[in-house]
Design a protein around this ligand. Sequence first.
Ligand code: DGJ
Length: 713
Amino acid sequence: MPGISHDDQARTWLLRTPASAYGFGLSPDGATVRHLHWGAPIEHEDLNVLAGRPDDPSVQRMAWARQPPAEYVPWGGLRFDEPTLKADFPDGTRTIEWGYDSQLITEEDGATALTLRLRDRRYPLAVELGYRVFTSTDVIERWARIRHTDPGGQPIVLHQALSANWCLPAGDHWRLRYLAGGHVGETQLTDTVLTPGKLVLESRRGITSHQASPWFALDHPGHADETHGEVWSGALAWSGSWKLVFEITQGDRLHVCGGYNDFDSPLALPPGADLVLPVFCGVYGTEGTGGISRSWHDYQLGHVLPRRSGQVPLRPVLYNSWEATGFAVDEAGQGELAELAASLGVELFVVDDGWFTGRTHAAAGLGDWAADPAKFPRGLDPLIERVHGLGMRFGLWVEPEMVNEDSELYRAHPDWVFHFPGRAPAEWRHQLVLNLGRPDVAGWVHAAVDRLVTDHDISFLKWDMNRHFSDPGWPDELGHNPERAWVDHTRNLYAIIDRLRSAHPGLDIESCSGGGGRADLGILARTDQIWASDNTDAADRLLIQDGFTHAYAPAAMMCWVTDSPNPFTGRPLPLSFRFHVAMAGALGIGGDLRRWSAAEREEARQLVAGYQAIRPLVQRGRLYRLASPRDGGFAASQYLSADGGELAVLAWWRPRPYGSYPTALRLAGLDPAARYRDMVTGEEHRARVLMQAGLPLPPRIDYGSQLFHLRRA
Ligand code: DGJ
């Protein structure tokens, strides 16, 4: 049974998920929480045997290397590996010595939580290690709350305060898989073999970043693949600068700690205050990388993404104006696009950048969040009413954390941006970052967005963030820990979004940061979907989307069909291929529909209807990546309903020599005794044949594609 058990005598704790176990115990002196197990299910008696073993037979006789793997690594004593917590006390002492304080296990609906309290033996510093396990997923949540326990004392400065430390079982070969890339090439699955020493993945950019995602998967090379083998994976719920440290130390022990990036970020903990660090999740599974992805998706659908009436709502088919009209937005042009979008079956019409005062190009207007009277002389409402009249919801693009120098906001409050008085702040896309760490700025941003969604019938915001931080100065706070802005910006962003959502329960939000620069579990807890990349070339998208699904649910992956040739890459691609690629997540259309022929629009209408029929499978089903776009020309994904009764398969043919494409595709996870009927051809297939010999594939060549929809007969 999933849950958490505590053995008071042995002073051990065992966390059980449906298919894994995680355990730790107190060292005999009560000073260290020793990590004991993360892997296959075990019993508490097994854990107690591990607790009774010496720390590490290979090094136990050598005092200088005797520290056991620790759950949460304080810096101090004989500790030489990456610490999770490093603190400076007012008297100059810079080390921590824990003693055990207490523990509390609480049952929640479908979950069990443990709080383990440790205190410094001498100084007013305490930590609560938080753990939560669920009956419905193998993902384990961990976090830490750091407390200054003397309200009358002096501040304690935290130089490193990470959320958790994950210890991997002993073993000397590890393959690390992670998501790296850049703007227009996000979430590329990347791998490397870890060797002794440290490997750091991080963002120092104030946001999650396009360059790396706070997610990892570890396995033993040659012992795991997409479908089989043990994998240990982790993901951090934080959308500001972050770091993950992978370190192999003496004794071939790998540990991974992560959380806020400590770069340029000492945090002063005021007397009596506490600091709750972001959740850092881990999951273990034996069904390869595919099984781990499904665990992440289940967890996000069950416990992370915003829910309504008990479940994550299906994402509407969306139209977005950006690639069609750029900044040339006006009431007539958007109305025309809305008519065309509605005729295709679109359910949500989104006006992107360009609608607000002075926004005729990227260099002006950001910060002045009112409709441009030159473009919308009657305001936004007539367009919104027209969109509603067409049966669609209305959405709007905003970039609330930003300002152009050429704006009323900047002219009124030049001091609101991050800057150092002696330096000219670097502009990027002609814009500067508002310091949301400042309560007045955060309050203004909240009020500006709240006014927009209160004054107009807007049920969707695309929340963009088109540059990374530079010059993170906060001159007014000189001498008062201005570096905390790195953390406070994101905390206040979260608070703003949380307030907006609670005041406007019908509001959906898409997280965008010049594409997929802000994709992580933290933002997923408060937004409904992520714009995965500005690269809308379907051929490139296959790789971006493949990587994205390793960590994040397809339901949260917004994908548009745009024009051909693609406006950025110039690559011409068939409409059906573009649609079938975009159907792998939440479908959107972002092309200039005015330039699509009547025949193309009719084909698009049918493809949208086809997507709507399989949408619950893609967005709520279980994803099996049957053939990877990383392996060659042919790629395919299968989406299976939770009860195994229905599935969709998307198959994509990319350039490969004629005659070298597969002729059948082996399906996965079906009920072996069942027969499945093809919903288009009516043909019936035996599940065992589909899984062993495969689903016959039609002959297709470059950029062909096919959607299969099967239901249990
Ligand atoms: C970057 C986004 O990723 C695009 O989709 C678009 O919204 C532009 N910003 C608008 O400036």
